[in-house]
Design a protein around this ligand. Sequence first.
Ligand code: SF4
Ligand code: SF4
Length: 338
Amino acid sequence: MLKCSYDALNGIFAKIAENAKLYLPADKDGKTDYTKWAEGVEWSNALNTARSPKDFFFPQVEDLMKFKVEGKSIAIDDIREESEDFVVFGVRACDVRSFDILDRVFLIEPYDSYYASRREHGVIISCACTRPTETCFCKTFGIDCTNPGGDITVWRCEDALYWQANTEKGEKLLGTLGLESADESAVNAQKEQTARIMEKLPLAKLTTEGFGGGKTMELFNKPEWKSLSEACLGCGTCTFVCPTCQCYDVKDFNTGNEIIRYRCWDSCMYSDFTKMAHGNNRLSQVERFRQRFMHKLVYYPENNEGIFGCVGCGRCLAKCPISMNIVKVMKTIGGSAE
Ligand code: SF4
Ligand code: SF4
């Protein structure tokens, strides 16, 4: 375990930024989001960012390639830019877990080389939670917010910031920062304090019981989907703020001179999602709504050794304009006690 004083932090950020772009949560216009560090950018005190760090590895829009067609020949221009080293600092435990979920989608054969390259070049420095709030339920999915993982973990204790490397990549970076050794007593005390807060949170007893692989037909046919989905606007906000949603569309844009092939996030809540020549698979909002939650709570765990596709970050609880969210679905469809 290593530590640094809060006064030294700016110098450490500068040192990291010498060799890689550094992003950290910062406050701007009443909102907290990841911001590129430069002298004067302050690390936020907020619990989490509005948008998740998924954006760094799977951006909302990205150009994949350009091509020109002349007669029967096609010239492809590989324009990928995702090979720069970068560091994302201050990632919470829920968002760290989201990368395990995304990896199981993008890094299986045929693996997604755009995402894979960013995973290779990105270092994740997590930050343990000290003030989990009423919309947090990471514990439901077996996540320990006091021990968030990533390549390096930091603990924001009263006297100092404590650092620990968890991977080879993390060791390498931490070794360059010149931090002093420390014992673990302050970190252990903080972990216990946070665990006590977690136990008192309103969603502390929310369970995944009733969900998981093998329950497809039982849950798919529940009549409650209709009333739950009735007010859904199909706006897709829940999917865009979600750190684990990974659906995208691939489109071509003709500049008049060449074609740019790009991909952009899509949402299973949209009426034209996965629309095919014969029409759409899901014609009503109730079907689209059910798909989102069945995917996270039944289909994903069925295909991924029981791992759920939600990390309990609470963003959909905070952002849905009609206050619908995965917790309400779990309580209504799965009958979770709290
Ligand atoms: S559940 Fe809420 S955020 Fe998601 S699409 Fe419906 S209205 Fe929008
Ligand atoms: S479904 Fe909601 S709580 Fe779960 S990971 Fe996505 S945004 Fe977070």
